[in-house]
Design a binder for this molecule. Structure first.
Ligand code: ATP
Ligand code: MG
Length: 390
């Protein structure tokens, strides 16, 4: 059994982190599928609103509550499953928008609030802590519901390990002197019954020119309510961070052989180690497979290919010279691709050589098509877990 299988069986939470677009969501889904096939009751929790994950799990769309992947869909894909596979998505921004919509007294007020630059700042502060919210949700689920394992997918991060910094950023926001001053002056003005004129003057100076005084006061009330949560928030943030250090958690760093992505992956690994977070394994996805043993096959290959093309009943070319030209181009493209794959190999080998745990690097090659259904996800899983040779 591979170390990755042991992680699946032995831990109760796995977090997939990594740069944008490398395959975090796909990996999270493949891990969950594997764990369910090994008999565990597993939930994959995603912050990615992508429909693709739903499709690759055989579902129409991903719901914001725990939804079981139907055993029939798994059976249809030929996947015997002793355990249970569940999925859900977390959508913090939408939840936040909905709250505003609910509290806004009118359509006009709603758009005034939502079009306000301050709202943008606030909602991005919250959206930036999406990873954090996801972690919290993960623990809530892990404790409340009876899942053996929760696999957490994370959103593309502009800054590596945003979730570690998110609680701090949130605190900074609540702590910012601008916010406090705003709330103070709003309150003072409410007390002395300042006329709309003064309130408007304040708005013109401080907040932006686009909202009316009534809306401004609503925002103040809203911010005040949010601020009242900030003390509890800091305590919860510390608690969650503590829980992430426990040894029944594993972080999987997903990356690709692209130099920048590898660099970022290494940085993730180092940060996790520094922060005392349990590193599980590296997944290097989208490795290019070489066509040839080396980048320069002989010219006889062009000849063999040209002969095949010429004889093929489906490829009809008029002149022998056309066939020759096409064969040359095909071989040359395959050579370029092979050169790239050799470079991929070299960079990944460098990563492996530098790691204290070289056996914890798992590779998946670049499939010819996206992973959008259960069969493809299963193929991905088999390569990842080395069931079949790449
Ligand atoms: N090995 C692979 N071969 C071919 N396609 C792949 C492979 N891995 C992932 N993909 C495809 O690449 C796309 C991006 O993958 P995925 O959504 O898993 O990445 P991500 O890291 O979650 O992206 P984001 O950071 O945007 O959330 C998807 O369409 C997926 O099907
Ligand atoms: Mg994703």
């Amino acid at each position: 059994m591979s170390a990755l299988d042991e992680i699946l069986l032995g831990r109760s939470a796995i977090v997939c982190v990594g740069p944008g677009g490398v395959g975090k969501t796909t990996t999270a889904a493949a891990l969950a599928l594997r764990a369910a096939r090994m008999g565990r009751k597993v939930l994959v929790l995603t912050v990615d609103p992508a429909r693709r994950l739903a499709n690759s799990l055989g579902m129409e769309s991903m719901l914001p509550e725990e939804t079981r992947v139907s055993p029939e869909a798994l059976a249809r894909a030929g996947l015997a499953c002793d355990g249970e596979l569940w999925a859900m998505m977390l959508d913090t921004k939408r939840t936040f928008d909905r709250t505003i919509e609910r509290h806004a007294p009118s359509e006009d007020a709603r758009s005034k609030i939502m079009d306000n630059p301050f709202y943008d700042q606030l909602s991005s502060a919250l959206a930036g802590s999406q990873e954090y919210m996801a972690m919290e949700k993960m623990y809530e689920l892990r404790d409340a519901a009876d899942f053996d394992l929760v696999v957490l997918d994370t959103p593309p991060t502009h800054q590596a390990l945003d979730f570690l910094d998110a609680p701090n950023r949130m605190e900074d926001f609540f702590d910012s002197s601008a916010l406090k001053a705003l709330i103070r002056s709003g309150k003072a003005m409410g007390r002395i019954g300042a006329g709309l004129f003064k309130v408007n003057a304040l708005i013109l100076k401080g907040v932006g020119r686009f909202i009316g005084a009534d809306v401004f006061l609503q925002i103040l009330g809203f911010l005040e309510a949010l601020t009242s949560m900030s003390t509890g928030f800091a305590a919860r943030a510390r608690h969650v961070k503590e829980m992430l250090r426990q040894d029944d958690v594993a972080f999987l760093v997903v990356t690709t052989p692209d130099p920048l992505a590898l660099e970022e992956g290494r940085y993730f690994h180092d940060r996790l180690t520094q922060e005392g977070m349990p590193f599980g394994a590296f997944v290097v996805n989208r490795m290019r497979k070489p066509f040839f043993a080396d980048a320069a096959p002989g010219s006889e290959l062009v000849q063999v290919l040209a002969d095949r093309l010429w004889e093929s009943p489906t490829v009809r070319m008029r002149a022998r010279s056309d066939v020759q030209r096409v064969a040359r181009r095909l071989v040359s493209a395959a050579q370029d691709y092979t050169a790239l794959s050799i470079a991929d190999r070299r960079r990944v080998d460098e990563l492996i050589a530098r790691l204290p745990t070289p056996d914890l690097v798992y590779e998946v090659f670049h499939f010819q098509r996206d992973i959008h259904d259960l069969a493809a996800l299963h193929a991905f899983e088999q390569i990842l877990f080395r069931d079949v040779a790449a």
